[in-house]
Design a protein around this ligand. Structure first.
Ligand SMILES: [Zn+2]
Length: 204
């Protein structure tokens, strides 16, 4: 049976705001599946990041996950939100659009690593989307051509407030409680899209 509560895919907006730059110093281990050719990367911590832009927000997309501001960290902790761990980031620089140092300090920002899980990626009817038998990588062609959104089985959900599909660890999923907290505190740069309405990633 699929879980029928409201859940949201959490990501970031791409307005005229500060961003992170890809940094060649990022260290990672790469595993290539011999059956499907899928590439799986594990990134080392602390994660070196380069902030770019003056309009500060509370969530930034990074290759290894989302980087959140001290305000978000505090909110999650104060409200006993479950399903994640935090890792340090190593802010290398924070420059404006002209390449000048902004003086912002990114050292108290954290990498949000999602640990909660809800089973394998399912379509809106609760059917597991075709995946590799060896590494569980989902068929991205199917994900990109969805018309009716995503769902997960209630039995496979561990009940965390923040979680991800076992085989789609790209974007975090949150419950209504997390979304309401972030909206109530007017934290900037967040985007929420209901899981059942998700029909492909339009942010990139
Ligand atoms: Zn595979």
């Amino acid at each position: 049976m699929i879980c029928n509560e409201k859940f949201y895919i959490m990501s970031n907006t791409y307005n005229n705001q500060a961003k992170l730059f890809w940094n060649a110093n990022v260290k990672y281990e790469k595993f290539v599946c011999e059956l499907c050719g899928g590439i799986h990367c594990t990134y080392e911590s602390p994660h070196p990041v380069i902030f770019y832009g003056k309009r500060i927000v509370d969530i930034y997309f990074d290759i290894s996950g989302f980087i959140i501001s001290p305000a978000v960290v505090e909110l999650l902790k104060e409200n006993n939100i479950t399903g994640y761990i935090l890792e340090d980031v190593e802010p290398l620089e924070w420059k404006d659009g002209k390449g000048h140092d902004t003086g912002h300090d990114g050292s108290s920002y954290k990498l949000l690593k999602v640990k909660g899980r809800c089973g394998f990626l399912c379509d809106s009817a609760g059917n597991i989307i075709d995946k590799c038998e060896k590494c569980d990588r989902h068929n991205s062609d199917i994900l990109d051509s969805l018309k009716d959104g995503l769902a997960f089985k209630a039995d496979d959900y561990d009940g965390s407030d923040i979680f991800q599909f076992n085989n789609w660890t790209w974007l975090p999923i949150v419950n209504e409680k997390v979304k309401k907290l972030i909206k109530k505190h007017k934290l900037k740069g967040f985007k929420f899209e209901e899981l059942k309405d998700y029909v492909g990633c339009d942010a990139f």
